[in-house]
Design a protein around this ligand. Sequence first.
Ligand code: TXA
Ligand code: MG
Length: 349
Amino acid sequence: DAASRALAAAAAAPADIAAAAAALEAGALVAFPTETVYGLGADAENPAAVAKIYAAKGRPQDHPVIVHVAPGADIDYWTSEVPDAARALVQHFWPGPLTLILKRNTHIPDAVSGGQDTVGIRCPSHPVAMQLLQAFKGGKGGVAAPSANKFGNVSPTTAQHVRDEFHDEVGQGNVIDSVLDGGSSQVGIESTILDLSRLATHGPVLLRPGHISAQQIADVIGVMPRQPDQAAPRASGTLESHYAPKAPVALLPTGDIEKTLAQLKLQGRCAALIHYTPFPGAHPNVALPAEPKGYAYGVYAALRAMDQQQVELILVEAPPTGDAWLGVNDRLRRAAFGSTGIIERFLKT
Ligand code: TXA
Ligand code: MG
């Protein structure tokens, strides 16, 4: 069918996979596609290689990275306590866009876990990611990989986005050995992160909403995950300001869009619009689908496209609320953080 033809087309050449796996084994960085966003990978068991990720991204050292494993990998190798709920979720959602935080095994380098007693682990479903993980160390290794963007920026959903982020840092003998091309990431926003490391005392905690919803998780483990305490913000993806393009972002209710665009235009301001209901006069603009999966698929590319056109301000029509839109709203809220009051400032000056 069409879906399996698309997957086959997304698969990488065996020679490219072998070269990328060899580069990882030699301690180099390789960017690769996953179904969520592109990752910047290093051998999770090689602290010097993991350190290169932090340097390349400009990321603080105390931010842990997710370990990516091949389908069928032995999670007990990476972790020390695996509750039944974790095994059920692995069974149900892997390979797929769900990251589990579990107590780490003692041999996991500090660089991977940001010095914490836990490890984030996930098995991605993108065919190229699975090929790479199966080739790397014969399928027994782990690839530490954050999103392949500079710290705080919008995550990449195409190989070109990765090259745009790292320019001349890509190429054999460079910081990033190679970028595997697997087309556009189908999910478009980062994996759901579920913390099961303190299950007995804290229950399951949803650290980052994503494509796999809290309800879907509850359907498998019988308990609804709760939101994290303010006291424990560990994930960089959960920092208030993150996933942000260069231009300021303002979220606006549908009813305010036309008036605001007109006012900005009067002031000679170049504002772009990302929307899901039709606004015939808006330009530059990107129209995204009015349903959450299609919207998530396109939202990061839309933010990047606006930056490429060097607009002064990105107006975003606030998406609907509701469970299915949680992941998208979370990312947009963070992209807009720090731009509070921006429209008023633009209209005053
Ligand atoms: O979809 C994804 O998860 C993508 C692809 C490449 O797999 N990766 C990704 O990585 O989004 P990154 O590093 O950009 O975001 C991972 C988040 C970070 O916010 C990090 O702090 C959190 O996961 N994380 C990783 N290990 C953790 C741990 N042991 N405890 C708490 N948070 C952790
Ligand atoms: Mg990231």
